[in-house]
Design a protein around this ligand. Structure first.
Ligand code: ADP
Ligand code: MG
Length: 341
């Protein structure tokens, strides 16, 4: 009788133990600052090696390294040194990661008919959106014409691990794609440590894989556009699965002059900040670098051309457009599968 009762409790405890070890896998999170914004990483793993602290340190180290390579805000970064380098037809060696990101940006430049253009730097700075943020006088036509001579992907070449300027003024700005690259690198790092359930988010550019702490696919919120700094609410919830999500918007980083909103995204064709009714565009792609670059490129193209290109590429895209009646959502069928009902 006593043996039976003991056996009964052993079985119950065993079931409870199995139940907890299966479901209570615990979601851990790592947070910090990078690339002028915040990052948050959530992961689910039973592995205790590496420890949370070791992961945190290595993630910070990786992100610092990327920033020291690609930031235009850090004056001593590799990219800043290249931008300051005034010699033409002279090889300037850079890290392989910079070459990787630039090559991807050149590929997206082709896909978007020149809309994503990393040589846009001089214009970003001229319009007051670069590292030396300033209150600007709107540039004259003459100045814009002068600066336009310095923009274009034909103004430099790549040879092995070297960048070669064709004009001294060439200035590369990787801000449109570097966060996405960072997300990919951290995701690959987690994979290398046998962590396969994670959500990596750098300033809203996100990659997810596997499941969250509740054992279901990660849920990601698309922000409702608002130009009030502290106001944040949700427009839509999606589940990207094993994909990446990036949003480009004109509602956070802009200035207003004479009643016109000037966004930090510049149209390489007009040389001016984009002015259109597309407020926010979210793109889903396998890598975050691709999603990040494409969301900026499609943002430049605007709603109509952007949607047309998305259809051609079979790219999941979600738009928020400003109309007389308020904000309107648009998404294509490729995006529909990711929506949480
Ligand atoms: P965020 O995620 O910060 O909203 P994006 O990924 O859309 O921004 O990148 C915007 C940044 O990219 C700008 O701040 C500027 O530095 C740079 N940029 C602006 N216009 C272009 C462009 N047409 N092509 C490439 N980079 C651009
Ligand atoms: Mg981008």
């Amino acid at each position: 009788m006593l043996i039976n009762k003991l056996l009964y409790w052993i079985i119950i405890l065993y079931i409870v133990f199995i139940f907890y070890s299966y479901f209570d896998v615990g979601e851990k999170s790592i947070q910090g600052q990078t690339m002028g914004t915040y990052y948050i990483i959530k992961y689910v793993s039973k592995i205790s090696n590496p420890s949370w602290k070791e992961l945190h340190n290595n993630i910070d180290f990786n992100l610092k390294q990327i920033n020291n390579q690609m930031s235009t805000y850090i004056t001593k970064s590799e990219l800043s040194q290249f931008n300051k380098f005034k010699f033409i037809n002279t090889a300037f060696p850079v890290s392989l990661s910079i070459i990787t990101v630039i090559k991807k940006a050149l590929y997206i430049n082709k896909l978007t008919d020149g809309a994503l253009d990393i040589t846009i730097g001089p214009l970003v700075n001229l319009w007051g959106f670069g590292p030396k943020k300033k209150n600007i006088e709107l540039p004259s036509k003459k100045i814009l014409k002068l600066y336009s001579k310095w923009i274009g992907i034909d103004k430099f070449t790549i040879k092995g691990n070297n960048l070669i300027k064709k004009i001294p003024q060439l200035y590369i700005d990787l801000s449109s794609i570097a966060k996405g690259y960072g997300v990919d690198i951290i995701s690959e790092y987690l994979e290398s440590k046998n962590i396969h359930n994670y959500m990596v988010n750098i300033g809203g550019e996100i990659r997810t894989k596997g499941h969250n702490g509740k054992g279901i696919l990660w849920r990601i919120a698309i922000e409702k556009p608002s130009n009030k700094l502290l106001e944040q609410s949700v427009q839509k919830i999606i589940k990207p699965g094993n994909m990446s999500v990036a949003t480009s918007g004109s509602y956070r980083n802009f200035f207003k002059k004479n009643g016109i909103y000037y966004s930090h995204t510049i149209n390489p064709k007009t040389k001016k900040p984009i002015i259109h009714n597309l407020i926010s565009i979210t793109v889903i792609a396998p890598t975050c670098m691709m999603a990040d670059g494409l969301s900026t490129g499609l943002n430049v193209l605007g709603a109509k051309k952007g949607m047309k290109l998305a259809k051609h590429l079979n790219l999941p895209v979600f738009l928020i457009i400003k109309t007389n009646k308020g904000l309107e959502e648009h998404y294509n069928s490729a995006f529909k599968t990711y929506l949480v009902k």
